[in-house]
Design a protein around this ligand. Structure first.
Ligand code: NAP
Ligand code: G4F
Length: 379
């Protein structure tokens, strides 16, 4: 079996490539030409991959790749995937995250192997934006904000009255979410109009040791790693209160962690679990759309609590600065996905929970910081 992966150099692309290599696929990864090396996440499996150059905004080139490599499966993970950046560069986001998907769909539509190709599109919980479903089981309400709903993963009852599933209408809040929603509808339209075997995974946030450093979880764990290294070289009396922006230690200083909205809630899983759901979707006879999530929601504040607890910091309030720079023009405040359909139809369940996710990321970044010896600012 042959597969083409757009976005193979990203977090998900690297885990998916690993999974498919293990399954015996011939993996063709498409990368953009850039002036730096972007292959670090897939370096360990490079000998087993075929790397070809391509950009999803270049329709002709995409057609050529699909026609010449004759894949059985095509995964589109390529995107300008940062929501904050999408407010600053909306046109670029539209061209890549929205219109780029149309280029791939057109390439499949006109391919001589249209009926043999199965296509996966990386849709996103960001498409739900400010919308959620309120549980109809109001009579089962346990307290003001909790209700027993379905038990999709078999791990216990879901105790929230607000959630998103495949039936929740989309009200996206960002140029990124809008571009993803346009692509999501295009896949449905090409499925219905031309019989393309196209499935969309509506994936909720998933993180890992390979997560991009601009996303909030990795930004936090990376900072913790560097802070642990710095504080190991410090005296016993680190001063966290005198300076609003820096942590001080006898003439040495370390910048505090600058974040935006700590109250936003996300449903956070691990990327290695989520790429299995992508593959399972393409093994189904009929194409369809699936929510992939853990069924638990946590705030950024809770991620901070969990992450700092692994380095034995109970009170991080003087280590973090709230910076308006990291607030968004419009926010998605609440995400909690119910993956009942993925569980029932695909047999998929997440394995790595919130606490283990934070623990793995912190452990990795503490180790990495020690190896890289980041430069320390001095007064
Ligand atoms: P990521 O780490 O940001 O990776 C994005 C990938 O897209 C990179 O390989 C990047 O290549 C590539 N890319 C960007 N622009 C491109 C272009 N014009 N042509 C070809 N490739 C291009 O994202 P991720 O976290 O792995 O997410 C994978 C996909 O799932 C994305 O579509 C994302 O929007 C979506 N998604 C992610 C999550 C999540 O929580 N991670 C949730 C829902 C949906 P370079 O290495 O050259 O930059
Ligand atoms: O980590 P984030 O940037 O992820 P966000 O915006 O939820 O988007 C991610 O998940 C989507 C799925 O829902 C994907 F489609 C998308 O590609 C991406 O992978 O931010 C999470 C939350 C937000 O509410 C943000 O406002 O954290 C808040 N936040 C607070 N301070 C911050 C920061 N986010 C970032 N990136 N940086 C901060 O300093």
């Amino acid at each position: 079996m042959k597969v083409v992966i757009f976005g193979i150099t990203g977090q998900d692309g690297s885990y998916l490539a690993e999974l498919l290599v293990k399954k015996g696929y011939e993996v063709i990864g498409v990368t953009r030409r850039v002036s730096v090396n972007t292959l670090s996440r897939i370096e360990h499996i490079l000998p087993q991959l075929t790397i070809v150059e391509g950009d999803i905004t270049d329709g002709f080139n995409i057609s050529k790749i699909i026609e010449s490599h004759e894949p059985d499966e095509v995964y589109n993970l390529a995107a300008q995937s940062h929501v904050g950046t999408s407010f600053k560069q909306p046109s670029l986001t539209w061209d890549i995250t929205g219109a780029g998907v149309l280029n791939i769909l057109e390439a499949i539509r006109y391919s001589s192997r249209k009926d043999q190709i199965r296509f996966y599109q990386a849709s996103s919980s960001e498409m739900f934006g400010k919308n959620y479903t309120t549980s109809e089981n109001a009579s089962l309400m346990m307290s003001d904000d909790k209700v027993v709903v379905d038990d999709p993963t078999g791990k216990g009852f879901y105790e929230y009255k607000k959630y998103q599933d495949e039936n929740t209408p989309f009200i996206p809040q960002s140029p990124y979410g809008i571009a993803k929603l346009a692509a999501h509808h295009l896949v449905r339209n090409y499925r219905e109009s031309y019989g393309i075997h196209g499935s969309c995974g509506i994936l909720f946030n998933h993180e890992s040791e390979r997560r991009g450093e601009q996303f909030v979880t990795r930004k936090i764990t990376k900072w913790i790693g560097e802070f642990v290294l710095w504080s190991n070289q410090s005296s016993m009396d680190i001063d966290t209160t005198s300076d609003p922006d820096f942590i001080l230690d006898n003439g040495r200083k370390f910048p505090k962690l600058r974040l935006g909205n700590l109250d936003a809630r996300r449903d956070w899983g691990h990327a290695a679990d989520y790429v299995e759901a992508m593959w399972l979707m393409l093994q189904q006879d009929e194409p369809d759309d699936y929510v992939v999530a853990t069924g638990e929601t946590r705030s950024v504040r809770e991620f901070l609590d969990a992450s700092f607890s692994f380095v034995e910091v109970d009170d991080w309030s003087n280590l973090v600065v709230i910076d308006p720079e990291f607030y968004r023009a419009a926010e998605v405040e609440y995400l909690l996905g119910i993956p009942t359909k993925a569980k029932r139809k695909l047999g998929w369940s997440p394995r790595i929970d919130f606490k283990s996710l934070a623990e793995r990321m912190v452990a990795y970044d503490v180790k990495e910081a020690g190896l890289q010896r980041p430069s320390i600012q001095t007064v």
